[in-house]
Design a protein around this ligand. Structure first.
Ligand SMILES: [Fe+2]
Length: 349
């Protein structure tokens, strides 16, 4: 499939979409939390035992190597929720305290195999990232990324169709997770300021690639929201848009751009729009990077080195993922998914 037959359009009204929800509507419901049963945990532990002799090559383990007789269908059942539904779920109840870190990595990788195909998350091709504080700040380095700090992270989307985050340790305080519907944020922007909703769809947004693109491109230029093929597909990280302003070849933000980002911040920060929750050890957050933006409050690790906040992250291409707009080709965030889904032979040459 190629995406070249459709050109992107400009959406001039709110989009009616199943992924347009407000936090206020979900806060008192629990249907977005999927709790693992004792049987399912036993399946996970049996699969883990089967991998015992093959850990040296963890990333070569496939779905067949990590058989989950009944849990597999439950995980696959999340796919229409992730694409075409509300866009996220929280898997709860994995007893991570029972497992070594190596076992937890293996379980997380094995579960992910039943959801999709892991994609690289950086220029080096790493398939699983550790989200924890390295003691550095974003401004210290051209390549450091938000997830390597203890700072608050603004609302944004990640790369590939979905991200999975597995909490191993929660940290001493803070680090609350926040999710918003990317479509509802757009719709609210359209209701308040249609002129700025148009700016959000213009290819005027320069983003620092943090040196992670294999072709060496330092700055990407594209819309925050691309309306294409009847869907609104975002690529939004305002920290990387501010960071791109340091390059002399990048034009300074226009007044309208500043207003547009401020409007997104304001809408995302509305407690009725965002859903907030605390990830407990063993929780696995699974969310679409098209349907949702996510954020995290600042956290504090405390003194005990064994109790520092630590999450594992995988980015996945899912089998029912949406066709991607042509301007997503080659991007740091979505290039791998684009190649796999939208180009002949999955981008293999
Ligand atoms: Fe993220």
């Amino acid at each position: 499939m190629t995406g070249t037959t459709h050109s992107s359009d400009t959406l001039k009204a709110p989009l009616v979409d199943p992924s347009a929800w407000r936090g206020a509507d979900l806060r008192d419901r629990t249907d977005w939390i999927v709790t693992l049963t004792a049987t399912e945990i036993a399946e996970i532990e049996a699969a883990l035992a089967e991998t015992r002799d093959r850990r040296a090559d963890l990333f070569a383990l496939t779905k067949d190597d990590f058989a989950l007789p009944t849990l597999s269908a439950k995980l696959e059942g999340l796919l229409p929720v992730l694409e075409g539904g509300r866009g996220f779920a929280l898997l709860r109840g994995l007893p991570v305290e029972r497992y070594s870190e190596e076992d937890a990595r293996t379980i997380f990788w094995g579960l992910a195999q039943h959801v999709g195909i892991p994609e690289r998350q950086d220029g080096a091709g790493n398939l699983m990232h550790d989200v924890r504080d390295t003691g550095k700040s974003f401004a210290d380095s051209d390549t450091l990324r938000d997830y390597q700090t203890d700072a608050a992270i603004n609302f944004h989307n990640d790369g590939a169709d979905i991200f999975m985050l597995c909490c191993l340790q929660a940290g001493a305080s803070g680090g609350e997770s926040l999710l918003v519907s990317a479509v509802e944020v757009f719709n609210e922007a359209m209701r308040r300021r249609p002129d700025l909703a148009e700016v959000l769809q213009q290819a005027c947004w320069h983003m620092d690639t943090r040196g992670q693109r294999r072709d060496g491109v330092k700055v990407q230029v594209m819309p925050i929201y691309t309306y294409w093929n009847g869907q609104l597909t975002p690529n939004y990280k305002n920290s990387l848009m501010y960071a791109a302003q340091r390059f002399p070849e990048v034009p300074p933000f226009t007044e309208k751009q500043r207003e547009a980002i401020a409007l997104l911040d304001e809408i995302c920060g509305d407690p009725d729009v965002a859903l907030s929750f605390v990830m407990e050890p063993g929780d696995i957050q699974i969310a679409s990077n098209y349907a949702t933006f996510h954020a995290r409050t600042k956290y504090r690790d405390g003194g005990d080195p064994d109790r520092k906040r630590h999450l594992l992250r995988i980015w996945l291409t899912i089998p029912n993922g949406r066709p991607l707009p042509p301007n997503f080709e080659g991007t740091r965030e979505f290039g791998a998914t684009y190649a796999r889904r939208m180009t002949p032979n999955g981008g293999q040459t």
